[in-house]
Write a new protein. Sequence first.
Length: 474
Amino acid sequence: MDNVKELFKQHYFFVIGAFVSIVVFLATYKIPFFWDAISKSERATWFFEHHFSQWVIPTELNSGHPPLWTLLLAFSWTLFGRTLLVSRALLLLLNLAVVYQMQLLVKKYSDNEIPKYAYLLLLIEPTYLAQSTILNNDVLLLLMCFLAFNNIFKNRVIYSLALTGILFCNLRGILFFGGFVLFDVLVQIFGWIKVKNYKKSIYALVVPLLCFGTFLVYQYHQLGWVFKSPSKNWSDQRELVGVFQLLKNGISLVWVFADFGRFLFWILALLSGVVCIQKKIQINVKIKRLILFWICLLVCNVTMIFSSNPIGHRYFMFLYLIGLLITLHLIFTVFSTKKAKLASFSIGILLISGHFWIYPETISQGWDSSLAYLNYFEVKEKMCHYVLEQNLPVTEVGTKTRNPSVYIAYLRNEEQETYTYCSKISEVEYFVHSNIENSTKDEEIAILHNQWVLLQEYQKGGVFIRLYQAPKLN
């Protein structure tokens, strides 16, 4: 019994994190591919059905991102079957690996002044917790970031492999790679780390670039383009924006960092930093290093505002978690233990509340960045049954909500009619509208409310889905 207690004491974070991951798996193993994960299912399906005939997918399905996650999905299907359960099991393994790497980070930066339970706040960060339930590539990218940071000055071979993984997870990995390189160089310039072998240090950065460069050459040879897809689905992304859009992107960036209750720990971190400067309170070197690392990542990722690609909450998930860890250290350094515990408790309450934040339907929401999205699938099924019961012509039922076939969303080989995606609501007689999507324009929502006839509505936990009929012309 004493050995078990000691083992739990040493690995409490991983044990609790693994428990959370398993509970999440059991609660979501029937949840289909959702939002951007839908395109990952389509791409993995192409690899699977074409037996990996090439290592990039055709242009019409390709947004430009490297295919590491979709290849992993397709490989797992080849070995164990193309099912939702296999996909979820793969995600569970990644979640467990992330929790383990988080434990290594917590142990490395642990402080006796900070209660152990305070570190568990990392496990309830809304965007991280939501992404741990979604079959997208961001959990894989998060894993590679943690793996890289935990080994940056410990094992340069693993560090190099992790950087390679970062580059192959997503094009945003280029920005994270830049942040790691910047931090790597600055730490050595400041003399915070003594480098014994500069060649080995440089090789750790060169090898990922060579691997990624080789892949880009291969993709260009196969498709004739890299980075910016000529496909009509993504051709308007990754363009340089003008001043007005740049300002909007900047506001969006601030918004996603503050959303779902995160604003409190950023405010507390800033206040604590100001107090440290004013009172000349010393922060240990490890935390200074962690702050520098966060700044390097932020500097590189902020460049995203110059692109026409919409700013998403999940893009900065790693920054939220590192920032939360920094905040815990700062508040327990600056404030009394009682006040610091109250602050950490308040952070936890707000982060949990983030999963219940539902904005008005005219405000875009990061539906893949809180667990609120889980309420969608039940009301969607009810609406599907209603449309069938009313014998409505499916070709006349339009929507702007992503509505893939069950073959792509649930990986089931069944026949199912899907609603017609329409660019304008005037194109169809019936329109299925849900606040789970951000595509319907404000003026169109007003027209639906004021002019169209509401035939049916289902709601759950703030998520709704409505069926409207176009007004009859006299």
